[in-house]
Design a binder for this molecule. Structure first.
Ligand code: ATP
Ligand code: MG
Ligand code: MG
Length: 381
């Protein structure tokens, strides 16, 4: 029996473990926390990714390794890759850990990006803001997620506050200034590339964020085929350049019909959770197939799907469980402010039917504001 090792034991590893069961796989999850939620479905090795002894124990027990978490130190990934197959490769992981390197690569590949500048000092920030203009966003180059490590600069008067908030991190994780994109939509491509180079993608997903955290996803996104094709071409170009193996998500802003690349997540992604019920093959199953060198599964959709994230606390399950096409995912985590604790996916065969189900569920859960933009999109003509 093949054992797949996963560095990081959060909900992504948990869903990978669940989707690996029908393939007859054994999984081993490594996490620094002994209550990591993937541990409820897969053996958990508690250890630090930076600790060579812990990594050696992990490497000795698995046939292939992958990640549920993009901030595993690149040196740890390289150490492992010298001993066992690691997918995605450590170079791809390292590149996506740095927003500056990532945006530079996108630009090199001819993929439009928001204006950006490296910021090492307070003087750099002044120059960059003068050049890029306001509004803009100062972000840490490394280690940010769920909108953490970001400061929105609305006018030059906010410069001091931005530097107070993030300046101390300029010398450790680095900073990048980005122009604020007044987008009409946020989209993502969730795609997979096999060990033999085969590339497949699920249709574009539209995403809504609240306070920098994903709130809802709708798939397939209601966009024209030209935009869809452009997004797919961008994703494939990046995957080929990085010799990427596995699932990844490319986050895009759509402004006036143009796509701008925001970032690449080198792993299964929250905006692909709808694929569990909404596609022939889920992102989790295809990620495992890819890293194992198995044939990739069909990425075509079954009707339309909307995923709603549960942040902080789980709502009541019954309204979702009782609606046709309703699916429930509880990650078994403790409630905590801002933490992703679960999600629901609603599926239907057509836009209006999905809109009705969403509106009903939003009403029953008192989450009208969360479903409203999706319902509005579904009812646009
Ligand atoms: P994730 O959890 O997706 O990894 P993150 O912390 O890496 O998030 P980003 O994806 O860079 O952060 O930003 C989070 C959200 O903030 C974006 O999805 C978008 O809604 C908004 N945002 C980020 N950068 C910009 C920008 N340059 N212009 C407009 N909005 C932006
Ligand atoms: Mg990110
Ligand atoms: Mg993001």
């Amino acid at each position: 029996m093949t054992t797949v090792g996963i560095l990081g034991g959060g909900q992504l590893a948990r869903m990978l473990a669940l989707s690996g069961a029908p393939l007859g796989l054994r999984l081993l999850v490594m996490d620094t926390a002994d209550d990591a939620c993937a541990g409820q479905f897969a053996p958990l090795l508690v250890g630090d990714y930076r600790d060579e002894a812990a990594l050696a124990e992990f490497a000795g027990k698995v046939d292939v390794a992958t990640f549920d978490f993009e901030n595993v130190p690149a040196e740890s990934a390289r150490w492992l890759a010298d001993r066992i197959p690691v997918f995605p490769n450590p170079g791809a992981l390292a590149l996506t850990q740095d927003r500056l390197a990532e945006k530079t690569l996108f630009r090199e590949l001819g993929i439009p990006v928001p204006d950006f500048a490296d910021v090492a000092t307070r003087a750099d920030l002044e120059t960059a803001v003068a050049h890029i203009g306001t509004p803009c966003i100062l972000k840490t180059r490394r280690l940010g997620y769920d909108g953490k490590g970001q400061f929105r600069i609305k006018s030059p008067a906010d410069l001091d506050a931005a530097w107070t908030a993030l300046g101390a991190q300029a010398s450790s994780v680095g900073l990048i200034l980005e122009g604020f994109v007044a987008f009409q939509r946020e989209l993502s491509v969730v795609a997979v590339r096999g060990r033999d180079g085969e590339f497949r993608a699920w249709p574009l997903t539209e995403n809504w964020h609240v306070d920098g955290v994903l709130s809802a996803s709708l798939a397939p996104a209601r966009v024209d085929t030209a935009l869809q094709a452009t997004a797919m071409a961008h994703a494939q170009a990046i995957a080929e350049r990085l010799d990427y193996v596995g699932v990844f998500a490319l986050e895009l802003f759509c402004r006036d019909g143009e796509l701008l690349a925001n970032e690449l997540a080198p792993r299964v992604h929250n905006s692909g959770h709808w694929t569990i019920e909404g596609a022939e093959t889920s992102q989790f199953q295809n990620h495992l197939r890819a890293v194992l060198g198995l044939p990739l599964g069909d990425t075509s959709v079954r009707g339309m799907a909307c995923m709603l994230n549960w942040i902080g606390t789980m709502p009541e399950a019954a309204p979702v469980l009782s609606v046709a096409g309703g699916h429930w995912h509880d990650y078994g985590k403790q409630s905590r402010d801002g933490r992703k604790v679960g999600h629901a996916t609603l599926r239907a065969d057509g836009a209006e039917r999905l809109a009705v189900r969403l509106a009903d569920v939003g009403e029953a859960l008192g989450r009208q504001a969360q479903v409203a933009p999706v319902v509005a999109r579904l009812r646009e003509t």
